[in-house]
Design a protein around this ligand. Structure first.
Ligand code: PMP
Length: 403
């Protein structure tokens, strides 16, 4: 008799999910705060503002309406799908029927489901790097293979068509396109976007375009959607978006995917068994967000813009920080490789993970190390925190690295 291998206690696929490198810093920051230490954290990936009042009001009205206490269609309320179609026309330059929209439990669910419906085992996904932490895990969970293509600070963290072409194989099925980017805040120009879109079209590669930071751009820059730059690409593109970042609604959990009819049908089937509809009340709040006055969202964007200028200016005063000026999202992503191998307060960090640890220990400042998003040597600072704290934290770093 052959020896039987023991049955794993848990799913090997799920057990292989990597613990996020952000958790280490985050857990330590929280533990220090619990001890009463004055930690300033740049680790959060969410706006610090409350959700605008008229959106909250719409939810309160909905909560008192028994019609909102029921299931909605799994793909979402018809009025919300229509509002999303209109938003997609306005901001992504794509005319779509509301039937081409599915409402999801946040952009994160959109990302997960997109890989589930597009990938077969072994299919490759080109992932411009630095990348948002969730992508490689979502790809692995769909039995796909993430192929990282790295762009450093000298290329403003933007991959070129030549780099993409070098990474293409017969198994390449999907290109991920994220502009503005988390973690770098980088925004591709219309010309670059068009060149990348034409490359994907020419090679029959699907595009998943994550447009969650689309409305958070600065310096008069507009994020051009890849389907606006290359309209023929619409039949092989899934657009991911949501209300979380633009309207300070991270906790409400409303996102969506827009795409061709067959993919949206597949997504609907998947979601009908996975989670069904998104919270009915939150969907009504999202309608208010998309169709109501935009001045509160605009005021938040203005505040982010002010903080962006403040943090970039202050970080660049630190010898060893190379900080490109981001034109979108609410993150800055300095290259800190020049600081590695140097000694501060008796400690010599050799990775950005160790550098982040050192900053937390010696200056009580938390930032997320580059290891969470790709290669070591970088730090992600979110500037979604109040101006005073924002300045105080960077000043602490200026003192730490001056020593
Ligand atoms: N995409 C990117 C690039 C993100 O940074 C986030 C949030 N961190 C999401 C998608 C998901 O957003 P949510 O699920 O909150 O809508």
């Amino acid at each position: 008799m052959p020896e039987s291998t023991p049955t794993p206690r848990l799913s090997t696929k799920i057990s292989a999910i990597a613990e996020s490198a952000t958790l280490k810093v985050d857990a330590k920051a929280k533990a220090l705060q619990a001890q009463g230490r004055s930690v300033i954290s740049y680790a959060a990936g969410e706006p610090d503002f409350p959700t605008p009042e008229h959106i909250v009001e719409a939810a309160l009205v909905a909560a008192r309406d028994p019609k909102a206490h029921r299931y909605t269609p799994a793909a979402g309320l018809p009025d919300l799908r229509a509002a999303i179609a209109e938003k997609t026309r306005r901001d992504s330059g794509l005319e779509v029927d509301p039937s081409r929209v599915i409402v999801t439990n946040g952009g994160k669910q959109s990302v997960y489901e997109a890989f589930q419906v597009l990938l077969n085992p072994g299919d490759e996904v080109i992932v411009p790097t630095p990348f948002w932490t969730t992508y490689p895990e979502a790809i692995a969970l769909a039995d796909g293979v993430a192929v990282d293509v790295f762009a450093d600070a000298s290329q403003n963290y933007q991959v070129t068509v030549e780099q993409l072409e070098a990474a293409r194989t017969p198994r390449t099925k999907v290109l991920l396109f994220v502009s503005p980017s988390n973690p770098t805040g980088s925004v591709y120009s219309p010309e670059q976007t068009k060149a990348i879109g034409e490359w994907a079209l020419e090679h029959g590669i699907w595009v998943i375009t994550d447009e969650i930071y689309q409305n958070l751009t600065y310096d008069g820059v507009r994020a051009t959607s890849i389907v606006e730059a290359v309209p023929e690409l619409a039949e092989q593109t899934l657009l991911v978006n949501g209300v979380a970042k633009t309207y300070a609604m991270t906790g409400w959990r409303v996102g969506w995917t827009v795409g061709p009819a067959d993919a949206i049908k597949a997504l609907g089937n998947l979601q009908s068994h996975l989670s069904g509809n998104v919270n009915n009340i939150a969907q009504r709040a999202a309608i208010a967000a998309l169709t109501g006055p935009q001045d509160a969202a605009e005021a938040m964007r203005d505040a982010f813009d002010r903080r962006r200028k403040l943090i970039v200016g202050e970080l660049n005063k630190i010898d060893g920080f190379e900080t490109p000026t981001p034109q979108g999202a609410f993150y800055v992503y300095p290259d800190v490789t020049a600081l590695l191998g140097r000694t501060f307060g008796g400690v010599t960090p050799t990775t950005s993970l160790e550098l982040a640890d050192l900053m937390l220990d010696q200056a009580e400042v938390a930032a997320v190390p580059g290891e969470a998003f790709g290669p070591s040597g970088y730090l992600r600072f979110s500037y979604a925190l109040g101006d005073d704290q924002l300045l105080e934290g960077v000043q602490r770093l200026q003192r730490l690295f001056a020593s």
